[in-house]
Write a protein that binds this ligand. Sequence first.
Ligand SMILES: Cc1ncc(COP(=O)(O)O)c(C=O)c1O
Ligand SMILES: N[C@@H](CCCC[NH3+])C(=O)O
Length: 418
Amino acid sequence: MDHFNLRNGELYAEDVPMARIAAEVGTPVYIYSRATFERHAAAFRDGLKDCPRVHLAYAIKANPNLAVLRLMANAGYGADVVSGGELERALAAGMPAKDIVFSGVGKTRQELAQGLDRGIGQFNLELEAEGVALSEIAAARGQRAPCVLRVNPDVDAGTHAKISTGKAENKFGVAIADAPAIYARLAALPGLDLRGVASHIGSQLLSVAPMEATYHRIGQLVADLRAAGHAVTRVDLGGGLGVAYRAEDRPVWPDEYGAMVARVTRDWDVELMFEPGRVIAGNAGVLLTKVIWVKPSPANPWVIVDAAMNDLARPALYDAWHDFVAVKPSGERFVANIAGPVCESGDTFAKARDIDLVKEGDLAIFRTAGAYGATMASTYNSRALVPEVMVDGDRYAVVAERISPKTIMDEERVPEWL
Ligand SMILES: Cc1ncc(COP(=O)(O)O)c(C=O)c1O
Ligand SMILES: N[C@@H](CCCC[NH3+])C(=O)O
């Protein structure tokens, strides 16, 4: 359920006609619904109501727009960040440093120091050397860095290979078999306050089974660590809940997920951290686009829209499906391909898809584009950086401007020796 619905034959974002946003802001443009974000934030929290000590860290990589972060901060969420840039965003949006978790397999020494400077609540260590470096940096300042060790449980998340993170072959975390020895060495370092473990096996998970299998392994690891004399007080269970991109997708609802977590972690006696991204943001945004041409072809016609792979990369990267819906559907349909203007055949959003009949100049949306949409945009082909708007009832605000190719060009220099 979201707040992008047909009303009197045309699509609205909450109470704002999308055609109005197109006329006033132009296309392509991302449109977010405040109400949908807030409902998802509340639903995820409610799903975990039977877990006693819960900390929520929104994975801001999914949608790091400052307005989104402010809204999430107001909803009581901290942030899961994966770079110094994301850390500064979370702080700028008003998220308290103590509620920020710093994940990521390649945090530089500079970023580790930045996290310490800012006083963040948790570093998720991905390898032993990172822990050694963090301890050195922290000890030199007379600090002890709060941290957990990310383990790789070698579980198949059953998702796209490019967004799976918990198989042994993936780059993330330390092998769960090696975790006790690494944990013991890190726990002895003077600059670390090692509190527990973390795991995140992948994104767009449509089944609880791999998460449950992972959590059982984590539970055993916690027991083993305690048996070895460590005081484990915190476990970070990551993010990963999937959303419905297609009508037939059956996502795991937060209630079902929360019930499983409550059951599996009942005896753990730890603070539980969660890092949801897509489940909060995915269906809270759409990408509004305009049809430039409908080009006949021997097979199916090509609907060429003004959004492209640089604005929404997921179809090109993961063959991802995003529903395409006309803003003013006539009721007629046709089978067509949908593509953007970028000079790559990969800039194709759909092939041979049954869609609303559209013609030159018509508006349409790609649904479920609130997560990993604008944040993955680029200026490839010297296209503008796509703008973003946030709708709230019958009003909306531009929350990220369209950045023109000219502005980007102004940041470039041709040296005088050329
Ligand atoms: C460490 C970590 N936490 C959280 C997330 C958020 O994942 P999702 O958007 O699938 O909830 C990711 C991305 O998969 C991640 O790598
Ligand atoms: N960018 C990916 C998700 C990556 C998850 C990051 N850990 C997607 O759009 O599906």
